[in-house]
Design a protein around this ligand. Structure first.
Ligand code: NAD
Length: 471
């Protein structure tokens, strides 16, 4: 792979005047894009698909330079989710665009009603750094499928990935269709002043609030894909070895910098020792005894996030937590070993903040009701995971908790099924992404009522005489 990782270039913001110019050009073009046929939109998506695959080596190099992401993880977590969104849209776009016929009440006999999904217009997509390609181009696929003009603002924290996406966008689209602006908070803040027809934001809940406030100024609709602490429960009936293997994968892929990573874990007390032993075995199988040397193990994205997570661990250790596995740090490489901790106090930062790094606190439990109370005492999570073989236990947990999404006997896997709505609830998000739900997020369901002949409403015009009042 190419140049030295971890060199963070100076922040460059895009001038506000340039963004306004492109926004205006897109506004003028929005009906041309909105009136494209399914065939034309599919052709655009196909061009995006082939260009994305053509740039695969550059994307891998960019993500290695940004945070030493392994090329195989780039395939699985960056390219595959986008290509499967494209394939899903290609397969279904005609039926999505056809809209729906709906029933009309009998009293309105002689009329018909349908829903047409019309494009919102000019939309803004702001994305984070943790899966830059996936979380920028994934929503872009839905926005194009729905017939919108799009402005993209990826994260400044992964500049190599952003620069590569800019090249791809320029190769596939005219600027009055899709444009990408590089930059950080300054660029975002200027963009948020413009009267977009929809904003699709992926990032932290605290920033989601800033985006929603700015959107309120223009009554712009929003989709907010946010984060939080996703709990995981392993009960006494679960296949412990398999649960340990899957949780180890879900926790340490992308170095734990995943919005739907298992954030903290409850294991039935009778299985806790067995679980910890299995977990250590699988972590070692994945990343060897020395993960610092193992290419499959990524890094924290930058010094700031390295220090942030290290700070959480130090805080928990001071308050009495124990390291069961891992716990090693290398500042020069932004390396944090895959770490499992026990006795983590509830008031430590590991348990009050979204961890977003390779640390997993694990608790033993005997009473599932206490686990449910603990989960419900917190903000609604983006995901909740249940490992169990007992349907009654699974149903009970689902019925008595709230979460954006759930996997049973796996974690993070629900992200990859484009037939499932993906997103949070309240603090973990508003609105949904992926597949048809993504298409709908970027569309206005326009209700269209058509009168074919006289209907009962015609009898109700003024003056309201006695006969009409009896109707
Ligand atoms: P972030 O919220 O800091 O940044 C996201 C984007 O917002 C970036 O493009 C950034 O430039 C911009 N931004 C940052 N501060 C801003 C401000 N004050 N005003 C306007 N724009 C601003 O998030 P991040 O650190 O890039 O990503 C991590 C967070 O994203 C975590 O909380 C994670 O859970 C969440 N996330 C959620 C999902 C999901 O699908 N729900 C996916 C990935 C990440």
């Amino acid at each position: 792979m190419g140049s030295t990782p971890f060199i963070e270039p100076d922040q460059v913001e895009t001038p506000a005047s340039e963004m306004l110019r492109v926004f205006n050009v897109q506004q003028q073009n929005q009906f041309n894009i909105g009136n494209t046929t399914a065939k034309q939109r599919i052709a655009k998506l196909e061009k995006l698909h082939t260009t994305l695959l053509k740039y695969r080596p550059q994307i891998k190099e960019a993500l290695f330079n940004d945070y030493r992401k392994h090329p195989s993880e780039v395939d699985l977590t960056e390219i595959y989710p986008v290509t499967s969104e494209i394939k899903d849209a290609k397969r279904n776009l005609r039926s999505w665009m056809r809209g729906e016929r709906v029933k009309t009440p009998l009293a309105m006999l002689g009329s018909s009603s349908r829903i047409k999904y019309e494009p919102k217009g000019v939309v803004l997509i702001i994305s984070p750094w943790n899966f830059p390609i996936n979380l920028t181009f994934g929503p872009l696929v839905s926005a194009i499928a729905a017939g919108n003009a799009v402005i993209l603002k990826p994260s400044e924290i992964t500049p190599h990935a952003t620069a590569t996406m800019k090249q791809i966008v320029k190769e596939v689209f005219e600027e009055d269709e899709v444009a990408l602006f590089e930059g950080g908070v300054g660029t975002s803040t200027e963009l948020l002043k413009l009267p977009f027809n929809h904003i699709f934001f992926t990032g932290a809940p605290s920033i989601g609030k800033i985006v929603m406030k700015a959107a309120a100024e223009h009554l712009t609709s929003v989709t907010l894909e946010l984060g939080g602490k996703s709990p995981t429960i392993v009960d006494e009936t679960a296949d412990i070895d398999l649960a340990a293997k899957r949780i180890a994968w879900g926790k340490y892929v992308n170095n734990g910098q995943v919005c739907i990573a298992p954030d903290y874990l409850f294991v039935h007390k009778s299985k806790k020792t067995e679980f910890i032993a299995s977990f250590k075995k699988h972590v070692e199988n994945f990343y060897t005894q020395d993960p610092l040397q193992e290419a499959s193990y990524n890094r924290m994205v930058n010094q700031h996030h390295f220090e942030r997570v290290k700070g959480y661990v130090d805080d928990a250790l001071e308050k009495g937590a124990k390291v069961e596995a891992g716990g090693k740090f290398n500042k020069n490489q932004n390396f944090i070993a895959p770490t499992l901790m026990t006795d983590v106090p509830r008031d430590s930062r590991l348990m009050t903040e979204e961890i977003f790094g390779p640390i997993l606190p694990v608790y033993g439990f005997t009473d599932i009701e206490k686990v449910i109370d603990e989960i419900n005492s917190r903000e609604k999570p983006l995901a909740l995971y249940i490992y169990s073989k007992k349907k009654g236990n699974i149903d009970h947990i689902i019925a008595n908790t709230r979460a954006g999404g759930t996997c049973i006997n796996h974690n993070a896997a629900h992200f990859f099924n484009t037939n499932l709505p993906f997103g949070g609830s309240n603090n973990s998000g508003i609105g949904k992404a992926h597949g048809r739900e993504g298409f709908k997020s970027f569309s206005n369901p326009r209700g269209i009522f058509k009168q074919h002949m006289t209907n009962a409403l015609d009898l109700l015009t003024p003056p309201y005489n006695d006969f009409k009042q009896k109707l």
